[in-house]
Ligand binder design. Structure first.
Ligand code: DQQ
Length: 539
């Protein structure tokens, strides 16, 4: 394993070495945040999966513990896969997770803390003769190779527990619903809570209420007229996390979830993140009354490069999630605690960024920074006309990259940039006018020039941003952490996370610029950047 590690993160969660994938069982217990994750103790590629475990008091600095769940029982001998924690009404936590049995069937198991007075929950036990709790049978129409990832359970007004398990039958993706009176005996419901044809396997479902009138989060079991519900699924086919916002009720004893019109789980659906972000999971943080989202960000490098550097996978910064004021989508923002790592603040507001110009932001460690910037468009008259066939934002960003001059935009940031711009990652906006005279804001993260190393996947990402440029400024926050560029547009209405591996723009050789390649001038109304301290992560 190489000693030269320019791509390790300074403030994103990662283990010291080896493979990490899905976030598992996040929760707060006795004031301590718990985080588990899919981990290979033996290498930098997927395999030999256990639940590794870390704890924290601020979601940013983490202490490692022994692996919480290992394959040592017939019900999980071939793998301890993803799952979720539930805090029972008596305050004690339990974990439901997927085990892979000797026949390679996927089954659902439970583990309990050995000593629930230990706030660090350092030991977990598999109760004897209970597992599996849920399994495929000859009659229950469960596909034994597509049955995994139980959600945090919630209790309905009838006092019965519910959990969802991801599944599929043929090409139909399923959120399979189980119910239980005692958390031990689980009964599969005849109908899934939700399903969609031609979707392929639904991994890692998540289902939770969001408050309609407040930014605060609510407990997973809350079901009243002040909440809407969010159903998220991770589509195995596309490796993206899609969500819908909808209403959930129990009608004549049957659980019914109805997504809002227009939000569907497919390629036109809403995504948490339009870059790399998968197998995500939320939990309700009862200490701070917020709902916190974790998501796995995998590598864009080659397997050979992963093996050489000795690790693969990071977690995105935990995000607070709330229903957007529109009621139609969520907004996400890095948890407040991240700001404790900020130092050396630099401000440079009020600058006019003329067409074709750029501005270097100096005074921060550009490879390890937090940047907030807002733009006011000076001349919307220069806007380009939107072709009605341009419905795919990612494709549009790939065609109209940062270097392609436009009318209004592209303007934004060039991060992890080398001195003479042989390498840079550009995060930017471009504005169009549609046939209905409405403006459309495109947000892009362009990795095409991110590295001189061509073994990396340098796909460009994009999203339409739900912001009206006539009345609102275009705002962007970007977290830069060596090989991670995590961007929040419009206060968190669209998020794009990218992995990049510059060869020149590393450590002190990384630079940060604001740029404008549009014909219209833009004014930088806010530009604040901070160097970020290194977090204590599993050291
Ligand atoms: N990863 C786990 C599965 C899950 C998948 C295995 C999603 O439980 O479906 O490591 O990334």
């Amino acid at each position: 394993i190489s000693d030269n590690q320019p791509y390790r993160s300074a403030f994103h969660f990662q283990p010291p070495r080896n493979w990490m994938n899905d976030p598992n069982g996040p929760m707060i217990y006795k004031g301590i945040y718990h985080f588990f994750y899919q981990y290979n103790p033996y290498g930098a590629v997927w395999g030999n999966i256990v639940w590794a475990h870390s704890t924290s008091t601020d979601l940013i600095n983490w202490t490692p513990h022994n692996h919480a769940i290992r394959p040592d029982d017939p019900a999980d001998i071939n793998g301890c896969w993803s799952g979720s924690a539930t805090i029972l009404p008596n305050g004690k936590p339990v974990i439901l997770y997927t085990g892979v049995d000797p026949q390679n069937n996927q089954v659902q198991n439970i583990v309990l803390p050995k000593n629930s007075s230990d706030p660090y929950l350092r030991e977990w036990v598999k109760p004897s003769k209970v597992n599996p709790l849920m399994a495929p049978t000859s009659t229950n129409r469960i596909n034994a190779s597509s049955f995994r990832d139980p959600t945090t359970a919630w209790m309905g007004p009838d006092g019965h527990w519910r959990t969802l398990i991801g599944g599929k039958i043929n090409r139909r993706g399923l959120a399979i619903l189980y119910r239980s009176r005692d958390f031990k005996h689980w009964v599969k419901q005849q109908h899934p809570l939700f399903s969609a044809k031609d979707n392929g396997m639904w991994e890692c479902p998540d289902f939770y209420p969001v408050s309609v009138h407040s930014s605060e989060g609510v407990d997973t079991s809350v079901m009243d007229s002040d909440v809407k519900h969010v159903l998220k699924v991770s589509l195995d086919d596309t490796k993206h996390d899609y969500y819908t916002v909808g209403t959930y009720s129990i009608v004549k004893g049957k659980d019914v979830y109805t997504p809002n019109e227009g939000s569907v789980n497919d390629d036109s659906g809403l995504r948490y993140d339009y870059g790399k972000f998968y197998a995500s999971k939320t939990f309700f943080d009862s200490a701070k009354n917020r709902r916190v989202l974790w998501g796995w960000v995998n590598e864009s490098s080659s397997v050979a490069d992963d093996v050489a550097k000795g690790w693969s996978g990071v977690q995105a910064i935990p995000r607070s999630v709330r229903l957007d004021k529109s009621g139609e989508q969520l907004t996400q923002w890095p948890v407040k605690e991240l700001e404790t790592l900020r130092e050396n603040r630099v401000d440079s507001p009020g600058k006019l960024l003329k067409k074709g110009s750029s501005l270097e932001v100096t005074g921060v460690t550009a490879a390890q920074a937090d940047v907030e910037i807002s733009f006011k468009i000076m001349d919307l008259g220069k806007v380009e006309v939107m072709d009605p066939s341009w419905t795919n934002p990612q494709m549009l960003c790939s065609q109209k990259r940062a270097a392609v001059h436009g009318g209004v935009g592209p303007f934004g940031l060039k991060v992890l940039a080398s001195r003479s711009l042989q390498e840079y990652t550009a995060v930017f906006f471009r504005v169009f006018k549609a046939v209905n005279n409405k403006h459309v804001v495109l947000m892009c993260s362009d990795q095409s020039r991110s590295s001189l190393n061509d073994r990396n996947d340098k796909t460009t990402y994009g999203s339409f941003l739900n912001v009206d440029p006539v009345h609102e400024e275009a705002s962007l926050r970007t977290l830069i952490d060596h090989s991670i560029v995590e961007s929040f547009g419009g206060g968190g209405k669209s998020c794009i996370t990218a992995r990049v591996y510059p060869t020149l723009a590393i450590h002190k050789e990384a630079h940060l610029y604001a740029f404008n390649n549009g014909a219209a001038d833009v004014k930088i109304t806010k530009l604040t950047a901070w160097s970020m301290k290194k977090a204590k992560v599993n050291t």
